[in-house]
Design a protein around this ligand. Structure first.
Ligand SMILES: [Zn+2]
Length: 355
């Protein structure tokens, strides 16, 4: 408590947050956001739970932040992410918890997006001594392992100069997220959904001297929520990767910073097992989307006349106070906040803020 100033954490403070989570046996929720409505809901939920949190943007979420009608989608992806980050830097401190800012999956075609954002962070670092984002992700799991590692090494060297962290992906997480990843076929051979510990060791050897990084390893986790039984979670793969790096490099226990993608739909037991193997970050998107949408859906069903008439044609009731977007957006936020309380409890981060 009180170790780190509340607000956006970068560099040393972000690393302290990760170490506190690993040492304390809990993990941080990394919640995808698409606008100030979802950003503020996450901050409110984190403050209420006294939990630190990670806010992240996919390239599609970043584009949405700048506006779907923005004339240039590539530019929108950059400016939307910068806009989101600026909003969080302005308001997060007053919520009293630590907030890390991150961008989600970027495949080869999105490397220019990440490079542009690192450019913005370099500029910000020159001015304020603090990067705009805490970390970015490169998901080059569709490339060969050698190509994946060497491109990540180049990016990490550049990011390390301004004390930023890089998340990499090894192995393929199934499911669909902004067109990245792969469709999950029923009965498909799922062997490639499991990361080899030897691949993790190769990445560690190449990256550990360059800067701070984390690894999204596949252990049968998928994006989205699917019918149960299609894929078997094998979190012991994470344990094997930790053990191999520890033995080979003679490090302390759990040397790797592991990330759990596709946390939506996971049972509390699956989550706590993954956390016990050194997972410090669990992504949650599908479940918070559903929580927002189902709450709004309930509101619309309960007030269906207000969504068809400005003024009731039968009795003249004005519905302005009911259809005001603040009313139903707030209901959506409350749905998301309730779902996040459960995530913070299951991850063990509730009540553990280091701010
Ligand atoms: Zn993911």
């Amino acid at each position: 408590m009180g170790d780190v100033r509340p607000g956006v954490v970068t560099g040393e403070d972000y690393r302290a947050l990760i170490e506190a989570a690993k040492a304390g046996g809990y993990a941080l929720a990394a919640v995808n956001v698409v606008g100030t409505d979802s950003v503020n809901a996450v901050l409110e939920a984190a403050a209420a739970a006294r939990s630190d949190v990670i806010l992240q943007l996919s390239n599609g979420g970043a584009e949405f932040f700048a506006g779907k009608g923005y004339p240039d989608a590539d530019e929108a992806r950059v400016l939307g992410a910068v806009s989101a980050a600026r909003h969080v830097h302005l308001v997060a401190e007053r919520y009293g918890v630590c907030v890390a800012l991150h961008t989600d999956h970027a495949n080869r075609g999105l490397i220019p997006w990440v490079e542009a954002l690192v450019g913005w962070s370099e500029e910000e670092h020159r001015k304020t001594g603090k990067s705009l984002f805490s970390s970015h992700m490169l998901d080059l799991s569709e490339e060969t392992l050698e190509e994946n590692i060497s491109l990540c090494a180049g990016m990490l060297e550049r990011m390390a100069r301004i004390d930023m962290s890089l998340e990499i992906e090894l192995g393929v997480t199934g499911g669909e997220e902004d067109g990245i990843g792969e469709a999950l076929e029923e009965g498909a051979d799922n062997a490639h959904l499991y990361t080899q510990p030897s691949d993790v060791l190769a990445a560690y050897e190449a990256l550990q001297s360059l800067g701070h990084f984390s690894v999204a390893a596949s252990f049968g986790n998928v994006h989205g929520v699917y019918k149960p039984g299609n894929v078997k979670l094998r979190p012991e793969i994470l344990e094997a990767a930790q053990a191999l790096v520890q033995q080979t490099w003679n490090t302390g226990p759990r040397p790797l910073n592991l990330v759990f993608h596709g946390g939506s739909g996971s049972s509390p037991e699956e989550i706590s097992r993954a956390v016990s193997y050194g997972v410090f970050k669990m992504n949650i998107d599908t479940d918070t989307q559903w929580a927002f949408a189902s709450a709004v859906g309930g509101y619309v069903r309960d007030h269906d006349r207000a969504f068809r008439h400005q003024i009731d044609p039968d009795d003249g009731t004005p519905y302005k106070k009911v259809y005001d977007p603040r009313k139903w957006l707030r209901v959506g936020q409350q749905g998301m906040i309730t779902r996040l309380q459960r995530a913070f409890e299951e991850l063990g981060s509730a009540g553990r803020s280091i701010a």
